[in-house]
Design a protein around this ligand. Structure first.
Ligand SMILES: [Zn+2]
Length: 373
């Protein structure tokens, strides 16, 4: 997470190191840039530097403090981020969602709004940093540091603080408790209220280059150089977009083999193996299950489109070669029923139906439908 082995933003990293070495660390720092510009990684780099016990040319990466930072377990490092506010008291602060947040960072090695909102259950719902969050931050930062060193708060997307939360936090920014550093990571710094904005030391983070994005992908994922470069080029220099593109390609490969296996079982009416397939499928998690159903619908749709001699578009070579053999089984006699069965299953998955019972029932319906010619 510290741009390890990636030579991106070297100038900014050395600027942050200089602030540290010359004892000019501001109490409140704003790192702003476009989504996926690496501003979040720079924020983590700076936080790790501030807490490291053995700084030389940057955080050492080996001391007890750096190790705790790398596993996101440092007691003097706090995250704050937007969440979907619900009516229940408990879910109104980001600490309640910390484990999913860290899970996302570990999976993506970067961060993006849409991914976070989807992880919280609704990618179209805007997150908020509410007044309870500000109260919690003030409470946390007033405590003594656990390790006797600094306390660091990193707030992602402070522009999503509502007015009450901003006003509450203003005083803390004006007079932070001793040895406390606040780092704000913003995609839209001008949406911050002016009284807060004017109190932050602002560093603008430029977008990453295609080369750096490609390096980053190679460093954190198993990917060959040509693919890393091609994804980096189509990412509009947004690191988060590049990672999402890569991970969705990986998912697609997995979904295709799952789909091929399922269709074979349905065609051969192999009930005991279908039960095993359904059992494995149910362990993949509800979001993945829903994603897979959407993927299946798309493959059925592509089969129909291809009957009319329209070229298959947007498919991988593996998908295309499978569909050319599979398309005779999907036709105008069964497509409407197939659509209904899958859409219905999606509807019930969303409403917490038992996945095993539901998918076994769907499979049995498909036993009949894929043989309609
Ligand atoms: Zn260290």
């Amino acid at each position: 997470m510290l741009f390890e082995n990636v030579d991106a933003h070297l100038k900014l990293r050395s600027q942050l190191l200089q602030l540290f070495q010359s004892n000019r660390v501001p109490h409140a720092l704003l790192l702003s840039g476009k989504e996926g510009s690496g501003h979040f990684q720079l924020g983590l780099f700076f936080a790790t530097l501030l807490l490291c016990k053995n700084v030389e040319n940057g955080p050492c990466g080996h001391c007890s403090s750096c190790k705790k930072m790398l596993s996101f377990n440092h007691p003097d490092f706090h995250f704050s981020f937007p969440i979907h506010l619900s009516k229940s008291e408990k879910s109104e602060i980001s600490a309640d969602h910390r484990s999913s947040f860290v899970e996302m960072i570990k999976e993506y090695h970067c961060i993006g709004k849409q991914t976070w909102y989807a992880k919280m259950g609704n990618e179209n719902k805007q997150g908020v940093i509410g007044v309870k969050e500000s109260q919690e931050i003030i409470k946390k930062l007033q405590l003594k540091s656990y390790e006797g060193n600094r306390k660091v708060l990193l707030m992602w997307l402070p522009e999503l603080m509502n007015l009450q939360a901003s006003n509450k936090l203003l005083k803390l920014i004006e007079e932070p408790p001793e040895n406390t550093i606040l780092i704000f990571i913003s995609d839209q710094p001008h949406s911050l209220i002016q009284t807060i904005y004017s109190r932050l030391q602002h560093i603008q983070v430029p977008s990453l280059s295609v080369d750096h994005i490609s390096q980053y992908l190679s460093n954190y994922f198993i990917i060959d150089e040509v693919e890393a470069n091609s994804i980096a080029k189509s990412s509009s220099t947004n690191l988060h977009r590049a990672v999402s593109l890569f991970l969705s390609k990986e998912n697609t490969k997995e979904y295709l083999s799952l789909f091929i296996k399922w269709m074979r079982l349905c065609y051969t009416r192999n009930i005991s193996d279908t039960i095993d397939w359904v059992s494995d499928f149910s362990k993949m998690g509800r979001e993945t299950n829903k994603d897979f159903l959407t993927y299946s619908l798309e493959l059925f749709r592509q089969c129909i489109v291809n009957h009319y001699q329209i070229n298959l578009a947007g498919l991988s070579p593996e998908e295309e070669s499978f569909l050319l053999k599979f398309k005779p089984f999907i036709n105008h006699k069964n497509i409407i029923a197939l659509n209904e069965v899958i859409n219905d299953a999606y509807y019930h998955l969303e409403r917490n139906a038992n996945v095993k019972i539901l998918m076994l029932d769907v499979s049995l319906k498909l036993y009949k439908l894929v043989r309609v010619k």
